[in-house]
Design a protein around this ligand. Structure first.
Ligand SMILES: *Cc1c(COP(=O)(O)O)cnc(C)c1O
Length: 458
């Protein structure tokens, strides 16, 4: 017997209360935050879908691990447990603990990059691109064409286009390629998975040209779920075996543990090559900390070691992927233009399609973000022209490629009734669709304006 309700495969042992608010209170909060949800206080939010990064709930076992943390400066027992957990999963010998993903990127891509170097990825996550460009190198995204269409089904929309990859390698010369980076799942590309076949194809191209192949593996467990259920060859593999097979195709990885390691802070680099590891370890010691703790305390390493095992639990992954899909499919049934198929960690809405009457230079995505907050106290994030828009020489907006709004789901935090509440909020949102107005930016910084910009309703 299969039941329809996706029950959370955990009991709740500790709770954090949610402060309820009324719509009129939220209108005031929104005004005070200049219509930028990044400027809201967390207790003004009912359901926080701003990000899945560092927002996971830890298990009782992880909390027990935190008490056990060995805070010795060198050679701590917690380092040993962390090393063993990462080594067992990735197979790599050289492991460098960092305080979060971008610290690992700064070290690895700082070492591999620099002026004249080129990095190629399915999609560089924004911190990855920033670290590569900061070092003077160039970053190219080569996604498969299907990824451009929000409503076209493809089982692995996160795949890297190997023909474009090979062209770029030839064009720039293999010796100038810093690394090829496969991001699984493809966060900026809608949380879409990458197939094992694609990873094998990328590995073959990298081998042919003797180019380094790095996995951005922060959602490796979620990606493994999709492979098991969509790639026939892998239906009898465990999720962990699938992940291990993918790591074995690569030369190393960078992980933000704030995602699939189920912790609130942490990350690591893991590498096959001793020389690269040595150079990175020198940078680690200068910028993060000694090699047996890097950017982490002993207790953090304990929690990561345990989280990396828990995340591959089949009941957890079923709940994780199915509950994201549940929300996305319910919205799709209501006619909300969501990115399809639904990805692993978030649901993305095409706001330009949702609010066709709002021109792009009046930021339909920001309008949707504000509506979700006003009606339901739901915090989401605009991933469109507020985040990526630029201006031409006349000060006219050059819009982003897509006007998306992301609802990112924290791990093990919300229950199905929270999700059903969100679905209900969309009913209200649809009713009010025609009355929604656009926004103008009244104040913005030069870089990363979405974090601090001020808006006014038109
Ligand atoms: C979050 C993320 C990073 C950066 O990690 P931080 O821990 O936020 O520094 C890198 N790549 C991807 C795909 C991510 O989602």
């Amino acid at each position: 017997m299969e039941f329809k309700t996706i029950i959370e495969p955990f009991k709740i042992k500790s709770v954090e209360s949610i402060k309820m608010s009324t719509e009129s209170e939220r209108v005031e909060f929104l005004k005070a935050a200049h219509f930028n949800t990044f400027l809201l206080k967390s207790d003004q939010v009912i359901i926080d879908f701003l990000t899945d990064s560092g927002t996971s709930a830890m298990s009782n076992e992880q909390w027990a691990g935190i008490m056990r943390g060995d805070e010795s400066y060198a050679g701590a027992k917690s380092w040993e447990r962390f090393y063993n957990a990462v080594h067992d999963l990735t197979g790599f010998e050289y492991i460098l603990p960092t305080h979060q993903g971008r610290a690992g990127e700064r070290i690895l891509y700082g070492h591999l990059g620099g002026k004249g170097k080129v990095f190629i990825s399915n999609t560089h996550f924004d911190t990855t691109r920033a670290n590569i460009e900061f070092g003077g190198a160039t970053a190219y995204d080569v996604q498969i064409d299907e990824a451009k269409y929000h409503d076209v089904y493809h089982p692995f929309k996160g795949n890297l286009d190997c023909i474009k990859l090979e062209k770029l390698i030839i064009e720039h010369g293999a010796e100038n390629i810093g690394a090829v980076i496969l991001t699984v799942t493809n966060n900026s590309g809608g949380g879409q998975p990458v197939s094992m076949q694609n990873a094998k194809d990328v590995a073959a191209v990298c081998k042919k040209y003797n180019v380094l192949f790095i996995l951005d593996c922060c959602r490796i467990a979620e990606n493994s779920y999709f492979i098991k259920h969509r790639e026939k060859e892998y239906e009898n593999h465990t999720y962990k075996q699938i992940a291990q097979e993918m790591f074995a195709l690569t030369d190393g990885c960078v992980m933000s543990a704030k995602k699939d390691a189920l912790v609130n802070m942490g990350g690591f680099i893991a590498l096959k090559d001793e020389k690269i590891a040595e150079a990175c370890t020198n940078l680690l010691i200068i910028t993060e900390g000694f090699s047996t703790y890097g950017g982490l305390s002993g207790r953090d390493m304990e929690a990561i070691a345990i989280g990396l095992v828990e995340v591959f639990d089949k009941d957890y992954l079923y709940y994780r992927i199915k509950s994201t899909e549940y929300l996305g499919n319910k919205m799709r049934e209501k006619g909300i233009p969501v990115m399809f198929p639904i990805g692993g960690h978030a649901v993305y809405i095409d706001s330009a399609k949702m609010y066709e009457h709002i021109p792009l230079n009046e930021y339909p995505g920001q309008a949707l973000v504000c509506e979700l907050y006003r009606i339901g106290g739901i915090r989401s994030v605009e991933v469109g022209s507020v985040m990526f828009g630029k201006y031409d020489e006349n000060g006219e907006l050059i819009p982003a490629a897509m006007e998306l709004v992301r609802l990112a789901i924290p791990r093990r935090v919300y229950t199905q009734s929270h999700i059903d509440y969100v679905v209900e909020v969309f009913d209200e949102l649809i009713k009010n669709k025609a009355n929604v107005r656009g926004y103008k930016i009244t104040k913005e910084p030069k870089l990363l304006r979405h974090f601090t910009a001020h808006f006014e309703q038109l």
